[in-house]
Design a protein around this ligand. Structure first.
Ligand code: IMP
Length: 227
């Protein structure tokens, strides 16, 4: 077991070759003064995702990077689970886009399969993100996050990545593809629940493993009584 007070150093390897995910994780770490270095920038190989759960795949990616770099590594394994498709594509979400990362094709496949199954609307789905933090000297810690919503076709919006344009989170009229990155994965300063699955996993991770984010009062350049 890692002692609860164990904190991340000033930089952490982010074990992903997906630029969209790296960008989101970098934005999440930056306010905590932690630099995110992508695995691709370090020339680290991308291990094959041989696990059959999000947890197993997140852990194997983080552990491979931590071992290769000799530094703590953070990995996210995530995907979208469509309830009427028995949770598919789930851990195969990236693979449904084919080698060329064609998410227009992957979203069209989701719609085709829902129509073929005669699934009644609303088409419920959830995004899952499991963050794994691997320390080079062990152990690996797991932080899960989830957001529920329904699917809309045709896809809407051009923001974000992957399946964002078809996912409308509960309580919102717009899809993730129509939201700014701040709306999708911003961490509310008042401690309330973030929106995206990755931001929710990150909130748990940050609470346990990062210094508190600096408050706006402390980051103002002047005029604050704390200065
Ligand atoms: P992996 O975790 O690298 O295996 O890939 C997860 C895949 O799930 C991504 O390539 C996307 O297709 C999808 N995915 C995960 N998180 C998101 C998200 O926040 N928005 C849209 N698609 C996502």
């Amino acid at each position: 077991m890692t002692e609860p007070s164990r904190r991340l150093p000033a930089r952490v390897i982010v074990a992903t070759h997906n630029p969209g995910k790296l960008r989101e994780i970098r934005e999440l770490l930056a306010p905590h003064g932690v630099e995110a270095v992508g695995a691709a920038a370090l020339g680290l190989a991308e291990p094959e995702e041989t696990g059959d759960t999000f947890e197993a795949n997140a852990a194997l990616k983080a552990e491979a990077a931590a071992r290769a770099a000799g530094e703590p590594a953070l990995a996210d394994d995530s995907g979208i689970c469509v309830e009427a498709l028995g949770g598919a594509p789930g851990i195969y979400s990236a693979r449904w886009s084919g080698g060329s990362r064609d998410f227009a094709g992957a979203m069209a496949r989701v719609e085709r399969e829902l129509l073929a199954a005669g699934a009644p609307r609303p088409w419920r789905a959830h995004f899952v993100s499991v963050l794994a933090l691997a320390w080079p000297d062990g152990p690996t810690e797991i932080f899960p996050g989830r957001v529920d919503g329904d699917l809309v076709f045709p896809p809407r919006g051009t923001a974000g990545f992957g399946y964002d344009p078809i996912f409308r989170p509960d309580g919102h009229a717009r899809t993730f593809g129509e939201m700014t990155s701040e709306e999708k994965h911003g961490i509310p300063a008042d401690g309330s629940l973030a929106l995206s699955h990755r931001a929710r996993a990150f909130q748990i991770f940050a609470r346990e493993r990062l210094q508190a984010a600096p408050s706006p009062a402390l980051t103002r350049s002047s005029g604050s009584p704390e200065d």
